[in-house]
Design a protein around this ligand. Structure first.
Ligand code: NAG
Ligand code: NAG
Ligand code: NAG
Ligand code: NAG
Length: 181
């Protein structure tokens, strides 16, 4: 009897650990972002990677299945870089990181976020090209990349996004034709 109880307890513990690890893939992706950002105001201090999911974290919103739908961190004085892991947040609809000091390139994995409605990275210090993969964002309504240091061409693929209502790429170092006129 005692043996049975201890086996049961062990199984419950094992299951708990498995669920915890499996359930927090999105938390891990957000934690990877946190680890690449400098956050002088400690806004991300409650982003605790040991939580069962990230749904209670500062300015993170989830749907009823505890999957992340919004990141609202505009005007948050964040420096550092974006991470490819963001592409794992498959239900993300709003990525709001405008008016920070984020540098480096826009990860091409952002193009995996096919539920994205709004991508606001304006007023940062982003460099490199606009990823062609952003053309895969078939639900995108707002794409604001203005006031960065982006270079290269504006991908033609962006012209095929039928839902797009607002595209602002002004005040960068882009070249070539603007394919929207
Ligand atoms: C966090 O969310 C609140 C409520 O939506 C908002 O007022 C605030 O500006 C957000 N903070 C940042 C840094 O974006
Ligand atoms: C902006 O980020 C750069 C590093 O990319 C850093 O050197 C600089 O201090 C940051 N500026 C502010 C105001 O945080
Ligand atoms: C995400 O995007 C990258 C680069 O665009 C691609 O190589 C990768 O296979 C994608 N991952 C998934 C899970 O779709
Ligand atoms: C964006 O950049 C332009 C040109 O440098 C500047 O005039 C404008 O004030 C910037 N926008 C903001 C909101 O800072």
């Amino acid at each position: 009897m005692e043996r049975l109880i201890s086996v049961c307890l062990w199984l419950i513990l094992a299951l708990h650990l498995v669920l915890r690890v499996a359930g927090n893939a999105e938390g891990d992706a957000l934690n990877a972002l946190k680890n690449n950002l400098a956050d002088p105001n400690n806004l991300l201090q409650d982003w605790d990677p040991t939580d069962i999911n990230p749904c209670q974290w500062y300015n993170i919103t989830c749907n009823s299945e505890n999957s992340v739908t919004r990141i609202d961190l505009g005007n948050a004085k964040l420096s550092g870089k974006l991470v490819p892991d963001l592409g794992l947040l498959s239900n993300l609809q709003y990525l709001e990181l405008y008016s920070n000091n984020i540098s480096g390139e826009i990860p091409e994995e952002i193009g995996n976020l096919t539920n994205l409605v709004s991508l606001d990275l304006y007023l940062n210090a982003l460099t490199g090209h606009i990823p062609v993969t952003l053309g895969n964002l078939r639900k995108l309504r707002l794409l604001r990349l203005n006031n960065n240091s982006l270079t290269g061409q504006i991908p033609m693929a962006l012209t095929t996004i039928e839902t797009l209502q607002l595209l602002d790429v002004s005040n960068n170092q882009l070249e070539g034709d603007i394919p929207f006129q």
